[in-house]
Design a protein around this ligand. Structure first.
Ligand SMILES: [Zn+2]
Ligand SMILES: [Zn+2]
Ligand SMILES: [Zn+2]
Ligand SMILES: [Zn+2]
Length: 322
């Protein structure tokens, strides 16, 4: 079993301070440990969904700026009183253009919870050993039968109209996969016409080229953070974020209340170390943040039957230090 380079486990460590803050570091690990039944905290790859009910669909996982599908950034497994299983998922747009100063809409955060006794996972702890051989590869289907997008691992309601064997969240990801591999795989088995896919080669080429460039930057980013041992996450539920500067600090009413009406409280922050190496890229523009502070419902309202959207505040790096 080889450790993965593209997916990294978030490893948390207790640090002594006045309020207890747990620091998250990145560590390479075996792929099977990053699957849903092991309740991982992880960076990169595809989301390891917790509950299978109410997994956010493409309409919920669009960038609020460019409307393209968001990319999974990380997830934090953070059970708390009253929630035996609890995971926070963070998504971001991979288009640097959307990451403007004071722009938070290119991020989305979801919280999901499950009681210990549930239909998906065993009551006891998961076995600390790899699953049987056949179950080791990535599954693009939830246990309940819902299919996941082949590209991003989010809910995939659209399927290839020729073979109906692969699913996608969105036409954009269908096109990406078509160009990169499915065109050949699909054609081998089916001779039928293109049906309603109606792909325009030029459109595809342009898109694939663009996506490739973005993908390169993004996978470089993920590769870099997998070898970067620095602290990338500070977890301190109910505590205070550690701001990088005095600019772009949210006022109390900037933190929107949960849809249930309860106030949201700080839970964790993602550090800019996660981005360090992306910034030295030759790319003119790159995804950038100072601090990503995640605020969650202080009432920890019901997220057993769906994924409740939470709030993220991006603090930009002050202009004079760039
Ligand atoms: Zn965007
Ligand atoms: Zn997708
Ligand atoms: Zn197909
Ligand atoms: Zn709430």
């Amino acid at each position: 079993m080889r450790p993965t380079r593209s997916d990294s486990m978030l490893h948390t460590m207790m640090a002594a301070s006045v309020t207890v803050t747990e620091l998250g570091f990145l560590q390479e690990c075996q792929l099977w440990r990053l699957r849903s039944p092991h309740f991982p905290s992880k960076v990169g790859g595809r989301p390891a969904w917790l509950g299978e009910v109410g997994v956010p669909g493409p309409e919920n996982l669009q960038c609020g700026v460019c409307m393209k599908p968001l990319a999974f950034l990380l997830q934090v497994y953070a059970p708390c009183t009253g929630s035996f299983h609890r995971t926070i998922f963070l998504f971001t747009c991979r288009d640097p253009v959307c990451h403007r100063v004071a722009e938070n809409r290119c991020y989305k955060v979801f919280r999901n919870q499950l009681p210990r006794k549930n239909d998906t996972y065993s009551y006891g702890p998961p076995p600390d050993s790899p699953p049987p051989h056949g179950e080791q590869h990535i599954s693009f289907q939830l246990k309940c039968g819902l299919r996941l997008c082949r590209v991003c691992g989010c809910l995939g309601p659209k399927s290839c109209s020729r073979c109906h064997k692969v699913s996608y969240c969105d036409r954009l990801h269908q096109l990406m996969d078509w160009k990169s591999q499915h065109k050949e795989l699909c054609g081998q088995e089916f001779e039928s016409s293109m049906d309603d896919l109606k792909l325009n080669e030029d459109e595809l080429t342009a898109l694939a080229k663009h996506e490739n460039e973005e993908d390169k930057a993004f996978s470089r980013f993920k590769k870099q953070i997998s070898i970067e041992p620095d602290q990338v996450l500070r977890y301190c539920k109910g505590g205070e974020p550690l701001w990088i500067s005095l600019q772009y600090v949210p006022a109390e009413n900037d933190i929107l209340n949960c849809e249930c009406g309860a106030k949201r409280a700080f839970e964790f922050q993602v550090m800019p170390q996660l981005l360090n190496h992306l910034k030295v890229d030759s790319l003119q523009k790159s995804i950038d943040w100072g601090v990503l502070a995640v605020y969650t419902c202080s009432a920890n309202c019901k997220a057993e039957t769906r994924y409740v959207q939470e709030f993220l505040w991006k603090q930009d790096v002050p202009a004079d230090t760039m």
